[in-house]
Design a protein around this ligand. Structure first.
Ligand SMILES: Cc1ncc(COP(=O)(O)O)c(C=O)c1O
Length: 466
């Protein structure tokens, strides 16, 4: 019998040595990242040559591999962990979330069924129920962790179609007498288009509802669109309101959208992938009033709750629909219990222990800690707004979240030029976005440790001409 391969399964002493080394090296790398360039500084040609040399014909010492990989990450990615990454909702992760990744990796539990990982499944379900309660959903609300917002929104679509027509499960889109359609605002996250494709109802199923000039869904236009689709023989199935649009952090009129969806008998989904974290703050949560009216809600832990990537949540008040949408039965699984076994209530089968990162973060900070986390981000963006307005910048959006869209005063260059300049400086990262047809610089506060000085530095770099 061959012994275990020692390069894959080293002894305990070697594991501990490398673990310690990794912890130390990562901490140092993180310090260098915070003091260095936000954007990649990689010499791509040299990197590709070095990468090609790993042809896997012979083994390399893991220690050297770790050093090499960390060095490439330092030079070769945009740094979400840099306090002046004012980017696309990707946060610097909380420390408890990083601990959670280690716990998950070490035990590598399989969460397809309750029986194989009762502790892990119960922890996830406890956290999702706590979030659902905080959202204000009824006590019977249920849900699960997802790979992210897109999977959660996909799950909502499948549930809406399943409820709209019980034959959808067997016949797909053919079950409907007309083309199934659903409604999102034109400012919403367009992963919805891919979702319609995946769900088999086709990209044309997505009805883009006009906005009101301020980035919010125009509720009257929504009501009109539903009526007109019904007249044409289409089959409306779902209204999606966004609580925190990707471009501008705007919040659709959640209560009105809920009423319109109810009147028409449609599934009402609230995509609060980023903005949902406001439920933590008694001071700010009023901005997303109406989220509790959702038949389902998406909230990403890997956005404003700042866990590591791959951590979304789907929550619904319709457990039976969720389980009928994903039910399947096979002899090789140990059980098949609708409200217990995740593989029969979710899109995934094999499941990583995703939720432990939010469990540890929420456990360590409590809701009060997360309230401070979101409030300080909103306060820092308010400071930015004040400083930029004083320098003649125009504020394009009026978000109540930590996201500012701005247009430069004359003389500084175009939005594109300024954004390129900021990125080239390596001092900060901002995005260019389209908001209500206008090109804007989009600044979102994503780092829980960003401070006033980071805002002052951003203002400086935005106003530094070539
Ligand atoms: C409002 C909204 N919904 C959904 C998504 C998609 O989420 P994910 O990237 O986690 O799949 C995003 C991503 O930014 C988003 O902003």
């Amino acid at each position: 019998m061959l012994p275990p391969v020692p390069t894959l399964f080293p002894g305990q002493e070697e594991r501990e040595r490398l673990d310690d080394l990794l912890t130390r090296e990562l901490a140092r790398a993180n310090e260098r990242v915070a003091g260095g360039s936000v954007v990649p500084t990689l010499d791509v040609a040299a990197f590709k040559r070095e990468l090609a040399a790993y042809d896997f014909g012979a083994p390399h010492p893991l220690e050297a591999l770790l050093h090499w990989t960390i060095a490439q990450m330092e030079r070769g990615v945009v740094h979400m962990t840099h306090p002046r990454y004012f980017g696309l909702f990707n946060p610097a992760p909380t420390f408890p979330a990083l601990c959670g990744d280690r716990v998950t990796g070490a035990f590598n539990p399989q969460l397809a069924t309750w029986r194989r990982a009762p502790a892990a499944v119960e922890i996830e379900s406890h956290v999702v129920r706590a979030v659902a309660k905080r959202v204000g959903l009824p006590a019977h609300a249920t849900g699960h962790f997802t790979s992210g917002g897109s999977e959660a929104n996909y799950t909502a679509t499948i549930c809406a179609l399943t409820r709209a027509n019980p034959r959808f499960a067997a016949e797909g889109a053919r079950a409907f007498d007309g083309a199934p359609v659903f409604y999102i605002s034109r400012e919403s996250h367009l992963a919805w288009v891919k979702i319609a494709h995946q769900a088999g109802i086709g990209r044309d199923a997505v009805q883009l509802v006009p906005t009101d000039g301020s980035g919010r869904m125009d509720a009257n236009a929504l009501a009109e669109a539903i009526k007109s689709d019904l007249r044409r023989g289409s089959v409306p199935v779902m209204v999606v309101a966004t609580a925190g649009t990707t471009n501008a952090g705007m919040i659709d009129p959640l209560v009105r959208c809920a009423a319109i969806a109810r009147e028409s008998g449609l599934w009402y989904h609230v995509d609060a992938a980023w903005g949902g974290a406001l439920v933590a703050s008694a001071k700010l949560r009023g901005a997303i009033e109406g989220i509790e009216l959702g038949d389902s809600v998406t909230i990403d832990a890997h956005k404003w709750f700042a866990t590591t990537m791959g951590c979304g949540m789907f929550i619904t008040t319709h457990a039976p629909i969720l389980s009928s949408a994903f039910q399947v039965s096979t002899g090789f699984m140990p059980s098949n219990v609708a409200d217990l076994d995740p593989y029969v209530t979710t899109a995934q089968w094999s499941r990583r222990f995703l939720g432990v990162r939010l469990f540890l973060s929420l456990g360590a900070a409590g809701w009060p800690g997360y309230a401070e986390h979101v409030e300080r981000a909103v306060d820092l963006i308010a400071l930015l707004e004040q400083l930029l307005a004083a320098r003649g910048w125009t504020i394009a959006n009026s978000s109540r979240l930590a996201l500012l869209c701005v247009e430069p005063p004359k003389g500084l260059g175009t939005v594109q030029e300024i954004a390129s300049r900021v990125l080239a400086s390596g001092r900060a990262w901002v995005a260019v976005a389209k908001f209500e047809g206008r090109e804007v610089i989009r600044v979102c506060l994503t780092h829980g440790e960003a401070a006033e000085d980071d805002i002052v530095q951003l203002v400086d770099v935005l106003n530094t001409p070539q």
